[in-house]
Write a protein that binds this ligand. Sequence first.
Ligand code: DU
Ligand code: SF4
Length: 229
Amino acid sequence: GDLAALERVSTTCRACPRLVAWREAVAADPPARYRGQTYWARPVPGFGDPRARVVVVGLAPAAQGANRTGRMFTGDRSGDFLFAAMHRVGMASQPTSTSADDGLTLHDARVTAPVRCAPPANAPTPAERRTCGPWLARELELVAPRVAVVLGGFGWQALLTTLAEQGWSVPRPRPVFGHGVEVTLRHGAEPRELTLLGCYHVSQQNTFTGRLTPAMLDAVLRRARDFIP
Ligand code: DU
Ligand code: SF4
């Protein structure tokens, strides 16, 4: 349907010269453990249930993860941590996510990111975030989730910007990101609501240090379910 068309078109995007160069440079010189693999090296679309009521919003594809496998959060330690949790709470069909054809499906859940090409040092520029915003905006319009679990401050800022541009009532000053922060937005006079749940990012910087534990992530994902009738 429309979502499949969006994904097809978005994967041809070359709007950010620095990211196009990086995603391709990484693919041309893989580390020893991935030598011989053909990298995706293109924009990575969101993955999961097209009618998901829970959307997990990250930062951007990892150079050796989604930029290699072509599926969001797939093929790196961040994804291992995230999908294991999604499986524990019943959102994922299996606890591992290793390649785009490993059979994983998500139930009433979806994973996506505000920037779709792997950035150097996992750090997109503000201009790159603005340039990529419309892809996320269109995806959210089509999926119409009830809850967004937002992993980290970059995704939080990016998502609030996108939602404000789409006519959601984002409070001013903007709600500040934090683990466990909850904000419910309304869209004009319409009855629909979207709740943002802040969660520390699943990167190794947080998971190896114990800043984000499996129990903490499980709790946020279970909390997301509280908003689903
Ligand atoms: O072709 P498709 O059935 O629309 O599925 C596309 C893609 O999305 C496939 O890799 C499974 C995944 N998916 C999912 O994870 N959860 C769903 O509810 C539906 C599809
Ligand atoms: Fe296009 Fe987004 Fe990739 Fe930039 S980051 S090239 S806008 S898909």
